[in-house]
Ligand binder design. Sequence first.
Ligand code: HAM
Length: 418
Amino acid sequence: MTFQAPKGTFDWMPPRSEWALAVRDALAEPARRAGYGYIETPAFEDTALFSRGVGESTDIVTKEMYTFTSRGGQSLTLRPEGTASVMRAVLEHGLYGGPLPIKLWYSGSYFRYERAQAGRYRHFSQVGAEALGAEDPALDAELIVLAMDGYASLGLRGVRLLLNSLGCKECRPAYRAALQDFLRGLDLDEPTRNRIEINPLRVLDDKRPEVRAQLENAPLVTDHLCGACKAYHEEVRGLLTAAGVAYEDDPRLVRGLDYYTRTTFEFLHDGLGAQSAVGGGGRYDGLSEQIGGPALPSVGWALGVDRTVLAMEAEGLLAERPRGVEVFAVPLGEDARRRVFPLVSELRRAGLAVDMAFGGRGVKGAMKAADRSGARYALILGDRDIEAGAVQVKDLTTADQTAVPLAEVVQFLKGKLS
Ligand code: HAM
């Protein structure tokens, strides 16, 4: 019997997997430098944390959750996203009693039972950042700038930022009602008509041409914002411009989760086809109260690691080989192997990335392995070298070879590679 990774999942394998690590590090780095602390929460939570049963439901919560009953009879769900978990942890640990905002970042696996396609997986990876407990447009702008800086640090040039405001509990209900009125007058199928009653904003996101054509004159949320929301949004926009971040206003931007208020945004990459969002987020001022906490206005984002690697690939940024080994040792014979082994350990302790030939293959196989490793230098040790107290250092790009005394080889390679 043989096995395959389940549908909608895949394995990160070397050397490409190095890019997943590099992307994760690069996307988290700006947040870490801005004072966001690392949080790690469990991969599963009480189901009710995600399906809160209040407000507007979305597909992620109603159709796409991996929900199971534990042996103890509790309903648990593999986390479809990280924000609810972070909020749960902040409430559980009472962090809201301390200095605010609480700034946290995280990274890990998320699970959604989606229709699998290119760039859309059932198991995927995100880096996220959340700032909890402050209502300050500078915080919204900070997070957006940090995300853009993360993408830029990877060399990505094609990330676009879409920006919107969804209003607050004061102005949102009136907009929702106006939108429902408009949508009820359209020619729509039964499931879409049901959606009007549950989550009318979601209808704006319908991709079918016959629906899109009817939505042209739909009321826009930005025309229904209250004074406070309008002023808040203007401030966010001004701060982004001041920080040199370009954005596109998109009053039809709808997010796939139900907790958003005010600022919402998405990062798109046009090299990805249908699944073009490499990240997204926004403000969620009511989530804390929805799960039994105090008022804790918050904002955050999550960036998709898998899709960011795809975006880099689309921009030709994966051509350069990710970090591999620098030196590959080739012992010729048993005696040489015993001498090379401690030398390899010493080189590694000196900070070099070093591998060696294993498995007692012949010289040809070992040299092939050295080439394949991507190393710059091969260290070759034969009986004659042992007698001479030296090792052959071969530059694999030029094929130049020099004998270096064994006692000096660490210094020699460090000098060459630093
Ligand atoms: P989200 O927009 O659902 O937001 O996901 C954020 C990013 O995760 C997406 O832009 C995409 O890059 C990636 N992603 C989502 N689903 C998949 C999938 N099935 N396959 C591959 N990549 C995927 C959230 O998750 C919110 N928690 C963001 C947030 C944080 N809002 C406030 N704070």
